[in-house]
Design a protein around this ligand. Structure first.
Ligand code: A3D
Length: 320
């Protein structure tokens, strides 16, 4: 059986980390693509030279011509610019929308059967635009945000309770970052919902709220520390988990920015929801019941994503 082909569109901090992880996990042959000629070739060669040491088999190549992604099974898109201190994700919209137009055209021409994972910010609007620009089936184009947001929440909870990260599950919905909606009653420690842990006296409601706020600000905390860019190890690991679920038909239940067609009362928008990812792409969207507070938080998050999509249409009317 031929190896899978993974195309990484954007070979910056996340793109390079994606290539390294995909190699270590032997997910397939890897093509790094970037407009900055030399970077994808250099990173590809460097990672390939680690393969004899690590003992993995994968061809790694770099390119600045879209024909190199031909026939890719998975495309992971990080092309664009990342945040610097003082910038919000939304400040990136104008620049990155133009990048999505080029990337969409490249994928449409050379990898129309791929499962496409978008990471470029502002995520929920960029994945929506990328699907439209590429014309690929909506279930084959998703955004990575929920896996990262929930990983951050899981880490902070494991530290708070002094338990293994493996035993913490987190359920987050809505747009990426500032308006994400963590559902405490569906987030658990060893199956025990956080709401029960509050009743059991393990944590106060106020402390839990602080942890949730730190999760929402998780990206900004790292931007503030790095000063020259944004997070890349955890975002790359999160997208690789999604790619692996598709390539191995694992049917993982993962929160992703998925195209909604009426679920949760939302139509033709990408919003973070729990999904099942398998060989068919997004095979199912899981709809849960909200209480009043959750419904309000979700609506606020959807409204902010809708605002970003409108801003995209103002720049590129063909998206309407
Ligand atoms: P960075 O290291 O700057 O890499 C971006 C790469 O894109 C650079 O190598 C550029 O040369 C390349 N690029 C720019 N324009 C084009 C183009 N038109 N075609 C092809 N390549 C191009 O950034 P990064 O890897 O740190 O971050 C990439 C993106 O991910 C940014 O938009 C971040 O904001 C976003 N991000 C999202 C999350 C989420 O959770 C959604 C987390 C972290 C970062």
């Amino acid at each position: 059986m031929a190896r899978n082909k993974i195309a990484l569109i954007g070979s910056g901090m996340i793109g390079g980390t994606l290539a390294h992880l995909a190699g270590l996990k032997e997910l397939g042959d890897i093509v790094l693509f970037d407009i900055a000629d030399g970077i994808p070739q250099g990173k590809g060669l460097d990672i390939a030279q680690s393969s004899p040491v690590e003992g993995f088999n994968a061809n790694l190549t770099g390119a600045s011509d879209y024909s190199a992604i031909e026939g890719a099974d998975v495309c992971i898109v990080t092309a664009g610019v990342a945040r610097k201190p003082g910038m919000s994700r939304d400040d990136l919209l104008g620049i990155n929308l133009k990048v999505m137009e080029q990337v969409g055209a490249g994928i449409k021409k050379y990898a129309p059967n791929a499962f496409v994972i978008c990471i470029t910010n502002p995520l929920d609007a960029m994945v929506w635009a990328l699907q439209k620009f590429s014309g690929l089936p909506k279930n084959m184009v998703v955004g990575m945000a929920g896996v990262l947001d929930s990983a951050r929440f899981r880490l902070f909870l494991s530290q708070e309770f002094n338990v293994s990260v493996q035993d913490v599950t987190a359920f987050v919905l809505g747009g990426h970052g500032d308006t994400m909606v963590p559902l405490a009653r569906y987030s658990t420690i060893g199956g025990i919902p956080l709401t029960d842990l509050v009743k059991m006296g393990w944590v106060t409601k106020e402390r839990l709220e602080e942890i949730i706020q730190r999760t929402r600000d998780g990206g900004a905390e790292i931007v503030g520390l790095l000063k020259t860019g944004s997070a890349y190890y955890a975002p790359a690991a999160s997208a690789i988990e999604m790619a692996e679920s598709f390539l191995k038909d694992k049917k993982r239940v993962l929160p992703c920015a998925a195209h909604l067609t009426g679920q949760y009362g939302v139509k033709d928008m990408y919003v973070g929801v729990p999904t099942i990812i398998g060989a068919g792409g997004v095979e199912r969207i899981i709809e849960v019941e909200f209480n009043k507070a959750e419904q309000e938080a979700f609506e606020k998050s959807v409204a902010s994503v809708a605002g970003l999509c409108e801003a995209c249409v103002a720049i590129a009317p063909s998206l309407k």
